[in-house]
Design a protein around this ligand. Structure first.
Ligand code: NOJ
Length: 758
């Protein structure tokens, strides 16, 4: 019996909600709108965390809380659930939420890496496994996917999303929601998906996390909203609001954003949660007068659950109602949505988890295979001079695997990993050793120490999150030792990048340099003359200008997860070929930021590459770029018609051929450009892609459809979506500089949809 059957029909659910609501006091209702962090009992929990958790248990024991986050142990879930159910007169169970961002026990590549796979099916499969593991331990709901567009890599949270592009972002958003949630809310072994942070959070001023966001209406509708629309269309049951001011109004209290756009234009009918403490922050921002005002204004805009660390603003809801600042009906509307999701998920009927079953799900070896595949498919080959890669094991007697990150099992997992098992995690060094066996001598030296950050983060208390430097680490001597190993080896595999605690929430940067003494180490290793393969472990683009000219092979492996070392060995030795593509334009230096491929045409387009006098204004690597161990050629671009009446579709077909000697994957990308209209449109916009596997010499005809969904846009002039009479260019190729093109015209104009003017 599925949970939906267990939960009953919509009418039955509504009737149960009505009945519960009728018997609830205002204080009980406020409790149903409150979600607490619970860190207690975890390894690394300090005195503050344990005391806070004790207070949460008191709240649970008197019906003062609806949901908990960060509880990850099935025994703890059961204990706290019992406390919750017995703590309220109505026996309402708690909903357990958690940041299942890229895996639970099995850690998958970080989201930006999974976007680089351009493979929605692999991403859906990965998040399906993540959901299965999380649900087994009693987690009902994930605060994911993060679908914020990120165009400024100084912003540390770029690692959590799908990069700069709304079309790729929408594809990844939909795939992740389907993976987490399955085909309906309440599907067995799945969790509720909560796309976040609504909306525009990725455009933080200066890339500084939490800073204000000022977005034009055109950017808002055309760039930042599409992934949220896709997530809602895929059925996301929850949405999380964002922390920051959007055009001067905090997102969490922004009526236009949450009611007119989210519930109106996007048609979202699930429940809303605030980001942590974001209802309280309405007062901090200087928007609400005090916490009572903050609570009233959040409920007014339909903010159902307040995520709180301590002292929730919703504890003031009774006061707000008594003062006439908010009606009981508005409170009820929020409680209704919370109770409804608990019923839909079947939590009332099955509040507890089977701990034995949880253990067996977490141990399922097939999950590790999904992680290995996802890691293989995420890697992006940036350079391969002279075909240095793949390496041939039979020809290697000695391999030096260098860099501190090469041996780190914690860093390979990336940020937002908590429940991992380090025992089953494979570092790069271990992956290479296992692949080569006794056939070659594999040596290692860290070369450099991890740099210290200027600040501490909320995640520092989690075990292993802050890298430890061995006592007596002698920087100069270690650097020399690494260089000597390179000198005496057939090949040097150098793993450099950012330690995982240097990227993510609260981990923005003012520079994109390789941190610490890594650039010095790299130059010294290259100077030995030994062939060098650089593996970049990162969640954002780093300054690779020197490497792009001097290091023969560069493979971006991101934070590839539990099976990262095995997958990287598969790639290095050619068992599979890298086929990922960049989900962002890779800047040459931080001074170019933001640099995007889909800019509009300037008044001087011929000199687009010369916008700075001190360096080209083109990126180091374009959006969509990535090499393979083979090569591909595109030909025979055919449109089935050249005049397109509004509302109709045309078919684009193209031939892709593997022109090399090895099998490989290619991601064919289709871009369009509208030549004129009521607004000027980007020089190119991605509107289709397909990842295909082709054997040596093999070719395939790929087909894409272009219609209203791809050709409409939100026009600042019309203040609505439009589908205009114009001429369109279309290109298909292996990255955003594709040159094989054609054109067509649309013959009638029309308003393509309705939006709420912003
Ligand atoms: C704050 C982050 O902004 C959000 O993404 C996350 O889900 C919550 N904390 C809960 O951990």
């Amino acid at each position: 019996m599925s949970n939906v059957e267990a939960a009953g029909s919509t009418e039955e659910i509504r009737a149960r909600v009505d009945k519960l609501l009728a018997g609830m006091t205002l204080a009980e209702k406020a409790g149903q709108l409150t979600q607490y962090f619970y860190f207690g009992g975890n390894e690394g929990a300090d005195e503050w965390a344990n005391e806070q958790s004790r207070q949460v248990e008191v709240a649970l024991g008197r019906g003062g809380a609806s949901s908990l986050l960060f509880v990850r142990d099935p025994g703890e879930v059961n204990r706290l659930q019992r406390l919750t159910i017995e703590g309220n007169r109505h026996g309402i169970p708690a909903l357990f939420g958690f940041d299942v961002i890229h895996g639970f026990r099995t850690i998958f590549p970080v989201p930006i890496a999974m976007a680089a796979s351009w493979d929605p099916a692999a991403v859906e499969a990965a998040q399906g496994v993540a959901a299965r593991e999380a649900r087994a331990v009693g987690i009902h709901w994930t605060f994911a996917p993060m679908v914020d567009i990120a165009r400024d890599p100084r912003w540390g949270r770029i690692v959590e999303g799908a990069g700069e592009d709304p079309f790729l972002g929408a594809a990844m958003a939909g795939a992740q929601v389907r993976g987490f949630q399955g085909d309906h809310l309440g599907a067995p072994e799945r969790v509720v998906a909560g796309p976040k942070h609504f909306a525009g959070y990725g455009a933080a001023l200066g890339g500084r996390d939490y800073d204000e966001v000022n977005l034009s209406a055109s950017e808002f509708w055309n760039v930042y909203l599409p992934p949220f629309r896709a997530a809602v269309e895929a059925g996301a049951g929850n949405v999380m609001t964002a922390y920051m001011d959007l055009n001067g109004v905090p997102a969490t209290g922004n009526r236009w954003l949450l009611t007119e756009v989210l519930r109106g234009a996007l048609g979202f009918d699930g429940f809303l949660v605030s980001d942590a403490n974001a209802v309280r922050s309405l007062a901090t921002h200087g928007f609400a007068a005090d916490l009572t005002d903050a609570a009233a204004r959040a409920v007014q805009v339909g903010l159902d659950l307040e995520m709180a660390i301590e002292d929730p603003a919703y504890a003031h809801l009774e006061e707000a109602v008594e003062a006439g600042a908010i009606s009981v009906e508005a409170v009820d509307a929020c409680v209704r949505r919370v109770l409804e999701v608990k019923l839909r998920l079947g939590v009332f009927d099955q509040p507890y988890v089977d701990e034995e079953h949880a253990r067996s799900v977490l141990a399922d070896p097939s999950h590790r295979e999904v992680a290995r595949l996802a890691a293989q498919r995420s890697a992006v080959l940036l350079r391969n001079e002279g075909g240095l890669l793949p390496l041939e094991p039979a020809r290697l007697r000695s391999v030096a695997v260098l860099g501190h990150l090469a041996a780190s099992r914690r860093d390979i997992l990336g940020p937002w990993s908590f429940e991992f098992d380090l025992e089953e995690t494979v570092s790069i060094l271990e992956g290479i050793r296992a692949r080569l066996g006794s056939g070659a001598q594999v040596t290692h030296a860290p070369g450099v120490r991890p740099p210290e950050r200027l600040f501490s983060s909320i995640f520092d208390s989690f075990p292993g999150n802050v890298p430890v430097v061995a006592d007596g680490f002698d920087d100069d001597a270690e650097l020399v030792r690494a260089v000597e190993l390179a000198r005496s080896s057939d090949v040097a595999v150098v793993v450099l990048g950012e330690w995982q605690n240097l990227v993510g929430e609260q981990a923005s940067r003012s520079s994109l340099d390789l941190p610490g003494r890594q650039p010095e180490l790299l130059r010294a290793i290259v100077a030995t003359g030994t062939p060098v393969v650089l593996l970049v472990m990162n969640g954002r683009p780093l300054d690779m200008r020197w490497a792009a000219e001097h290091v023969p092979a560069i493979l971006d492996i991101w934070y590839p997860g539990t099976q990262g070392g095995t997958a990287v060995a598969d790639l290095l030795f050619g068992d599979v070929a890298p086929g990922g593509k960049l989900p962002f334009s890779w800047p040459r230096s931080v001074g170019q930021v933001p640099v995007i491929y889909s800019h509009t045409t300037s008044h001087d387009p011929d000199k687009q590459a010369e916008r700075y006098w001190d360096e080209p204004s083109t990126p180091l690597y374009p959006f969509g770029f990535g090499l393979s161990y083979t090569s591909f050629a595109y030909s025979d671009l055919v449109l089935d018609r050249h005049e397109l009446p509004a509302g109709e579709t045309l078919q684009v077909s193209v031939e892709v051929r593997n022109t090399g000697e090895r099998p490989g994957d290619e991601v064919a990308q289709l871009y369009v450009h509208q030549r004129y209209g009521s607004s000027s449109r980007p020089v190119r916009e991605l509107k289709g892609f397909k990842r295909v596997h082709l054997g040596a010499g093999e070719s395939q005809t790929l087909r894409f459809t272009l219609g209203p969904a791809e050709l409409r846009y939100w026009s600042s002039a019309a203040r609505d979506y439009v589908l205009e009479a114009s001429t369109f260019d279309v290109w298909v190729g292996g990255d955003s500089t594709a040159s094989l093109g054609a054109s067509f015209s649309t013959t009638a104009a029309g308003v393509a949809g309705t939006a709420t003017a912003g």
